[in-house]
Design a protein around this ligand. Sequence first.
Ligand SMILES: [Fe+2]
Length: 305
Amino acid sequence: MTDSANGRIVAGLLAPHPPHLVYGDNPPQNEPRSEGGWEVLRWGYERVRQSLATRPFDVIIVHSPHWRTVVGTHLLGVPRFQGLSVDPVFPNLFRYHYDITVDVPLAEAICAAAQEEGLLATMMRNPHFRVDYGTITSAHLTNPAWDKPIVGMSSSGSFFYFSDDYGQDEMIALGRATRKAVEASGRKAVLLASNSLSHRHFTQEPPVPEDMSFEHIYHHGQYLWDMRVLRLMKEGKTRQLVDEMPDFIEQSVSEAKAGCLTWLLSALQFPTYPAAVHAYGTVIGTGNAIVEWDPQRATGAGVSP
Ligand SMILES: [Fe+2]
């Protein structure tokens, strides 16, 4: 399956995790039924799946805001997790029966590479651990067949306990470590940064959650920030984006404060080629973009949709 001389990142995705998108899709794993909703974002994930279908890959690596660890980065370290994931805020939308296979050797290699970078990193070996809904949702929407193993990575609390700048430095080092471990592993990996963009959200749910007459951006300033971020991605100005990230986080209450996006951009070596924006839309007022980086474009060999 793998060739130790040919490990690489085949795609990097900003792959946000609103449980509403799984609810709207009505997969058999999720108990609640819906009448649809949030189609533009769900079609964006369809485009992602079509794009990935053209490129073989071995593993999906997810960095999730909703596995928050107070100290350092933790990685799923058990070969299989089964259980029921219930969204704590939206139990009416997301009660998902999961059966997840983990690429433990690759997780261990990333953990070791992170430690070599001087980061605090550890393996999570509790077989009864309940996998967070951010990991599940992003991985499900990218690969609903669940026919590839995942590596699950927590979000360190450094942004919250120290500062956004300090957290970013850690995520840049974690991105380097992830890339190094993937290359040495021989795996072809797809990386998912599970965060949304602007994150100011409604405090009341409409009677019918998928009633799209209620859905819109919360605030014009949030929208302007989201569009600025997407423009920088499309123009290949990801170093500038990382430089501006603390302001973006502070002014738009962005979920990028979990570090996922900075980790991804670092693992991709701060792309200067254009990102493909598959979709942008709001979920309970928060800004969500589905964005793909195809590293083959750096060599002129790849074609992104
Ligand atoms: Fe979230």
